[in-house]
Design a protein around this ligand. Structure first.
Ligand code: NDP
Length: 449
């Protein structure tokens, strides 16, 4: 690596040695930017790398709520406002017990590049809490959301920072968060995205990340293999928002999805996943993916506690990891390659480990990183902000068409950037990082320090 790039990585590593997810994302990004740093002298002259990889602001607060037994419980709340060079901070809130600053810094860093790639004017941020919504009553979740917002509201705003959902934060939580923001500020503005349709949400926002992932996959396959995303056997992980709507669009495009998972295990259905059953289990009953067997006795369930077989050992043409970070490791990558996978496109953020994606790239697999492939969610969030500002709403078809155009535009931008920098065609991560960073770098230089 270029001396300057190495120096930046080593400095951050020595300052934050325990923030492993942040360092992992940083390494991946800096490795890609190496070639851009050598070509564009302004990056080093303006110390842009160190200025970009340190968040502009980190807010940490305490969240107290009463649980259903009348006991007071305490959690950590965070908002990492990473970079605002190209627009107000924008990025999701995650409620999961694993949430810590390392995870939010990695997500915030990725978000900056992702938002830049959408071409919409949005800076990057991420936030959340180590609160675990699983198994909690609706009322307790509402009390938590209100308590969380009672601190966060001071730091956000339609022109300042516009949060959305992520793991553990869906339409229900966004509704409670928005209600509390409105109560505290007496303002009905588009301060959160992913809102309910009856109070300013955008049609197609729920579907956007999963659908966008499939639009991106389709374009990449069309250009790089001559055949689009149809007639393929597809492995998907997760069974949340992204996984469900990626499954829906993949099936609509004429593919067969054979796996889904949650943190307890995964299902394999050789006949193709029955999405109606999954929607009933996950969206109506808020149940576990294991319950799929109640609908399809011939499907197979692998319980993670007793069966270590990886979902990625299933034979498929296309893999769409849609659960969480680092869920696809080098062993998984080897199994996928052995089984003839053509492409891995990420619905989740950083689901593929550093070693795993290098293995995929070395073996000619098309690798579409999350910051490009899953940008559909934030893109439609940007469209929700536009609709809120106009006091107007577009139809589902209009939003879906704009989403498709944005996803195909992201691929085109990456493809052109790859040609300029001489990157191998199956490597979509290097040009994604370069193209995303370039816009932010230009804005940072133009705005001075
Ligand atoms: P959801 O909370 O709706 O679903 C998450 C899914 O992943 C669930 O099936 C969950 O299982 C599983 N999962 C979560 N953590 C783990 C873990 N540690 N190990 C195994 N499985 C796990 O979240 P989303 O679908 O919204 O998000 C999924 C991914 O997509 C995340 O990486 C998120 O950052 C990314 N993303 C989401 C966007 C969006 O618009 N929602 C936009 C762009 C990216 P369980 O129920 O058992 O926890």
């Amino acid at each position: 690596m270029n001396q300057y790039v190495t120096k930046v990585y080593e400095e951050i590593e020595s300052r934050y040695p325990y923030e492993k997810e942040y360092l992992q994302a940083l390494k991946e990004i800096l490795e890609s930017l190496d070639v851009a740093v050598s070509k564009d002298k302004r990056i080093e002259e303006n110390n842009l790398l160190e200025r970009f990889v340190i968040p502009e602001r980190i807010i940490q607060f305490k969240v107290e709520r009463e649980d259903d037994n009348g006991k007071i419980q305490v959690n950590n709340g965070y908002r990492v406002q990473f970079n605002s060079a190209i627009g107000p901070y924008k990025g999701g809130l995650r409620f999961h017990p694993s949430v810590n600053l390392s995870i939010l810094k990695f997500l915030g860093l990725e978000q900056c590049l992702k938002n830049s790639l959408t071409t919409l004017p949005m800076g990057g941020a991420k936030g959340g809490s180590d609160f675990d919504p699983k198994g909690k009553s609706d009322r307790e979740i509402m009390r938590f959301c209100k308590a969380f917002m009672s601190e966060l509201y001071r730091h956000i705003g339609q022109f300042r920072d516009v949060p959305a959902g992520d793991i553990g934060v869906g339409a229900r939580e966004i509704g409670y968060l928005y209600g509390e923001y409105k109560r505290l500020t007496n303002e009905s503005v588009g301060v959160l995205t992913g809102k309910g349709i009856s109070f300013g949400g955008s049609l197609a926002r729920t579907e956007a990340t999963g659908y966008g992932l499939c639009y991106f996959t389709n374009k990449a396959l069309e250009v790089l293999t001559g055949k689009g995303f149809a007639g393929k056997t597809v492995c998907i992980s997760g069974s949340g928002n992204v996984a469900i709507f990626a499954t829906e669009k993949a099936i609509q495009l004429g593919n067969k999805v054979v796996t889904l998972s949650d943190s307890n295990g995964w299902i394999y259905d050789s006949n193709g996943i029955d999405l109606n059953a999954v929607k009933e289990i996950k969206l109506v009953k808020r149940g576990r993916i294991k319950e799929y067997l109640d609908y399809h006795k011939d499907a197979i369930y692998h319980d993670k506690a007793i069966d270590k077989t990886s979902l990625w050992s299933t034979k498929c043409d296309i893999a769409l990891p849609c659960a969480t970070q680092n869920e696809l490791n080098e062993e998984d990558a080897k199994a996928l390659v052995k089984n003839g996978v053509i492409g891995v496109f990420e619905g989740a953020n950083m689901p593929t480990t550093f070693e795993a994606y290098h293995y995929l790239l070395e073996n000619g697999v098309i690798y579409g990183p999350g910051k490009a492939a899953n940008a559909g969610g934030v893109a439609v969030s940007g469209l929700e902000m536009a609709q809120n500002s106009m006091r107007y709403s577009w139809s589902f078809e209009e939003v879906d068409k704009k989403l498709k155009d944005i996803m195909e535009g992201i691929f085109a931008n990456i493809y052109e950037t790859a040609k300029i920098y001489g990157v191998k065609a199956n490597d979509l991560i290097t040009p994604a990082n370069i193209a995303g960073f370039k816009k932010i770098a230009d804005a940072m230089i133009a705005q001075g320090f």
